[in-house]
Structure formats: structure tokens, C-alpha cells
Design a binder for this molecule. Sequence first.
Ligand SMILES: O=C(CO)COP(=O)(O)O
Length: 137
Amino acid sequence: MNIALIAHDEMKNTMVGFCIGYEEILKKYKVYATGTTGKIIMDATDINITRLASGPLGGDQQIGSLVVSQDIDLVIFLRDPLTSQAHEPDIQALIRLCDVYHVPVATNLASAEIFIKALDRGELSWREVRKTKSQRV
Ligand SMILES: O=C(CO)COP(=O)(O)O
């Protein structure tokens, strides 16, 4: 199970708090993050993160590509709903791909907490079954 973590600038403190709070769970999985989000999480925790490009420089698209290749099982994307982003098309494209590939995507802290607890209880294990089946076709 692989997780992608992304936070817009206004949400980065929230993301760090989330990662500190759920560090022991997050450490059990492979974690990807966009560039700056990954850096601040690694500065604050012992979570090992594969950092991609910064969001505005294509990081959201890189995560979208991992969604397509079935390499991401959960996206936690703490979006800033009050600030327009120059790369809004990339953000929409990533969320669309999550819908296309049935990848759970949390866009705020409340849903992120529900999803991470569900993951820890094994409630996303259907993702593994789905991947195995799609490899057969
Ligand atoms: O802009 C982002 C997501 O759209 C996040 O990118 P950074 O993690 O590089 O700040």
C-alpha cells in the first residue's frame, strides 16, 4: 500500500501536524509527496518519503502518473480552498484520475483522519485485490 501526501502552502502546518500524529501508521507504508510537502514532513518526522517535483512544477502530474500505474492506494491532498493556484488544471487532473482509478482521495483534515484510520484497520485491502485482478486482464 502506497500513500501520496500533498499540501498547499496554507495547509502545510496542518499536514505536518497530521504526519506527526499518525507517524507510526505512515511509517508502515511507502510514502510519496510533492517536493515542498515532502521536505517539511521529513524535517519534522522520521517518515521516509520519496519526493517528487513541487506541485506547481509538475509534482501533481507525477502523482497522477503513479495513480495510473496503480502505484498509489491513498491520496491525502490538503488543498487550500481559499487561494487560487496557477496549476489548478494539474490539481483537477489528479483528482479526476483518482476517480477514474478508484483511489480514495482526502482533500481535508477530517477526511484524511478517517482514511488513515481505515487504512490502519485494513479497510483499504480491497485495493490489493483490485490490483491483482487488473494485472490479470
Ligand atoms: O502545489 C502543490 C499541490 O498542488 C504542492 O506542492 P509542494 O508540495 O511542492 O508545495
